[in-house]
Write a protein that binds this ligand. Structure first.
Ligand SMILES: *Cc1c(COP(=O)(O)O)cnc(C)c1O
Length: 377
């Protein structure tokens, strides 16, 4: 049996009648840009997240960019974020003209280290972009109190964390904005690209709505430079079907993650990540750490491939040493925890439609890796 990282075809087999009905409805009504399908999905996301507003955009990356711009972030501003994320996080900050300021991560959750964050605040700091990595929320209590004291905007990168909670409250409802991605591998995956900005601020929602549609405040009135960044009606109709299944999917993801934790905690040389007690982790990605240098992690990945089990490295190169940020002048060990994590992390298959046999195959394949024997010698 083959186990892939995710399987949207298995999901489609389950949801086929509902999804086909949604697609047919859009094709029949003939509205493909914005319209009722997008509006209705925006309302569903706002309701689910517990915000007053949600605005559909073309991708998670655009959600971040438009949210930052709508918060007034631009040239001369500093925005603090993690070096251990997908490039879109810091790329969006740089796109506004602001400077991404990286701070290190906590070694046990791989989320931003709030103490390092606090020390990095300067008079030029305008915002914070926390990333709820792999589906585990950052410490939003500390982040929001730092933001309040220092008058900073908070744009949450919720791309991997739709449905995750901190003290029972949904991510995307703490900061000025929450940014979601509907990239196929995310918690709620479109059949293409899509994204959403959530907010409780009517002024920000209005600005994002203008920005996504060429800066138009009403038809053919353009007061700011905008973008063409709208969520497709077809994707919105499909995503609305999928959102209804999110609570069940999260439950199943957490159950598989619990099985993984129990199995992997007993293997020497493998470390499972900590789950904070206040965090409702949704396990968009299930990630373990392998002791030693990247070569050992990579040989485990090769072994898994031989066992027909997929794996992925999120992320093999931290952002502070990417060529695109060379002008910031960092060396790899400026953020030692992020540097080491990039050598040691390995994400394993986890998706709601996985069968019990597939879960066991992943566990057995990891357990049978001979490389672990040498640890501690
Ligand atoms: C996927 C992802 C994004 C970007 O989302 P897209 O929809 O692919 O543009 C941003 N940040 C993080 C942490 C992501 O995982």
């Amino acid at each position: 049996m083959t186990v892939s990282m995710t399987d949207l075809t298995a999901q489609y087999r389950v949801l086929k009648p509902e999804i086909d009905e949604a697609i047919q409805r859009v094709l029949t009504t003939g509205t493909f840009i914005l319209g009722n399908e997008v509006k209705s999905f925006e309302q569903a996301v706002a309701e689910y997240t517990g915000t007053s507003q949600a605005v559909g955009v073309a991708s998670g990356t655009d959600a971040l960019l438009l949210a930052l711009l709508a918060c007034g972030i631009g040239e001369g501003d500093e925005v603090i974020t993690t070096p251990f994320s997908f490039v879109a996080t810091s790329e969006s900050i740089a796109r506004t003209g602001a400077t991404p300021v990286f701070v290190d991560i906590e070694p046990n959750t791989l989320n931003i280290d709030c103490q390092a964050l606090a020390s990095a605040i300067t008079p030029r700091t305008k915002g914070i972009v926390p990333v709820h990595l792999y589906g585990q929320p950052c410490d939003m209590t500390t982040i929001m109190s730092l933001a309040k004291v220092n008058n900073l905007r908070v744009v949450e990168d919720c791309a991997q964390a739709q449905g995750a909670t901190w003290n029972g409250q949904q991510v995307g409802s703490f900061g000025d904005c929450g940014c979601f991605s509907f990239f196929p591998s995310k918690m709620v995956g479109a059949y293409g690209d899509g994204g959403m900005v959530t907010t409780n601020r009517a002024d920000i929602a209005e600005r994002v709505r203008a920005l996504r549609n060429h800066g138009a405040t009403s038809k053919y009135h353009h007061d700011t430079r905008g973008f063409n960044s709208r969520l497709d009606a077809l994707q919105a109709s499909i995503l609305k079907v999928k959102l209804q299944h999110l609570p069940d999917w999260i439950e199943r993801r957490r159950a598989i993650a619990a099985q993984y934790r129990e199995a992997f905690d007993s293997i020497q040389g493998v470390h499972t990540l900590s789950e904070r007690p206040n965090a409702g982790h949704v396990f968009n990605y299930y990630t373990i750490r392998i002791d030693g240098a990247a070569a050992r992690r990579d040989s485990l990945a090769a072994h898994l491939k031989n066992c027909r089990v997929a794996s992925a490295v999120y992320y093999p190169r931290p952002l502070h040493i990417q060529g695109v940020f060379a002008s910031l002048g960092h060396t790899v060990n400026d953020f030692p925890h992020a540097a080491l994590a990039s050598q040691q992390v390995l994400s394993l298959p986890l998706y709601p439609e996985m069968t019990t046999e597939q879960v066991h195959q992943v566990i057995e394949s990891v357990s049978s890796f001979k490389g672990f024997k040498y640890i501690g010698e």
